[in-house]
Design a protein around this ligand. Structure first.
Ligand SMILES: *[C@@H]1O[C@H](CO)[C@@H](O)[C@H](O)[C@H]1NC(C)=O
Ligand SMILES: *[C@@H]1O[C@H](CO)[C@@H](O)[C@H](O)[C@H]1NC(C)=O
Length: 235
């Protein structure tokens, strides 16, 4: 147990140092933080954020001036009561694209392993469908948090009006010292979630290590795709 923990920390440490913000993404983060979204793709959601089209070929969550969004912790999917997810009050059985995930050889995404992002609000008022704007399910997303960028998968949608939510594994990449759990998220609205339009962002069955046994292995498998998507963003 103890040595496992050390190994995990060592692996995460290695990942962390490789995930420094590239210049164009740092500029994007700084440039869009103040002011309001100019090209809102949705109405404002309960936390104040809109889905915003101000970055070409991308969709991001933009709060009021000075803000992006917070990070609520989601535990849906396989093992949704495992580990720090055991107290998730909203834990549901499955993630939105489970049928496709199963064609990748696993039962469902595992919030403790796959750093997925909850993006889009279905059956709520207001609602927002990223697919209507060209995002593909299970495509790679970039999450700027704590002065770093980590890559996630668009793996779930919210059934209500909450925005700014990701799997606990993403929370632990971003804020490893915050003691995040299923009902203890990151409240400051300083997290930038970026989705990418089109098939180019989809790793598919072979482009990611879906059966990875830990977050570091999964993250390594999508890093080069994520880096190339970010490199294509206009600062
Ligand atoms: C997680 O879920 C998978 C498949 O549903 C299962 O095989 C595995 O034993 C579970 N792991 C834990 C730690 O619960
Ligand atoms: C995928 O992850 C598993 C388990 O974490 C690891 O053993 C394997 O080497 C990884 N595969 C690739 C292709 O990286």
């Amino acid at each position: 147990m103890y040595s496992n923990t050390l190994l995990t920390l060592a692996a995460l440490g290695a990942v962390t140092s490789a995930f420094d913000l590239p210049d164009n993404l740092k500029q994007i983060y700084d440039n869009h933080r103040s002011g309001n979204c100019q090209n809102a793709l949705s109405d404002a959601f309960s936390g104040g954020a809109v889905y915003c089209g101000d970055i070409p070929n991308a969709i991001f969550l933009k709060g009021s001036s000075g803000n992006y969004d917070n990070m609520d912790i989601d535990c849906d999917g396989a093992n949704n009561s495992a580990g720090a997810c055991s107290n998730d009050p909203s834990g549901q059985g499955e993630t939105a694209f489970k049928d496709t995930v199963q064609s990748f050889g696993i039962d469902d995404l595992d919030a403790n392993i796959h750093p997925y992002v909850v993006f889009g609000n279905e059956g709520a008022d207001p609602s927002f469908s990223p697919e209507q704007f060209g995002m593909q399910p299970l495509s790679v997303m970039a999450v700027v948090c704590n002065n770093q960028v980590f890559y996630g998968i668009w793996g779930d949608t919210n059934g209500f009006t909450s925005t700014g939510e990701s799997a606990i594994s993403m929370g632990n990449l971003c804020f490893p010292n915050d003691g995040l759990t299923g009902d203890n998220g990151h409240d400051p609205k300083d997290v930038l979630y970026i989705g990418f339009m089109g098939q180019q962002a989809v790793p598919g069955a072979d482009g990611a290590n879906w059966s990875a046994g830990n977050t570091a292995d999964f993250e390594n498998s999508i890093k080069s795709l994520g880096d190339s998507l970010v490199a294509g963003l206009q600062a």
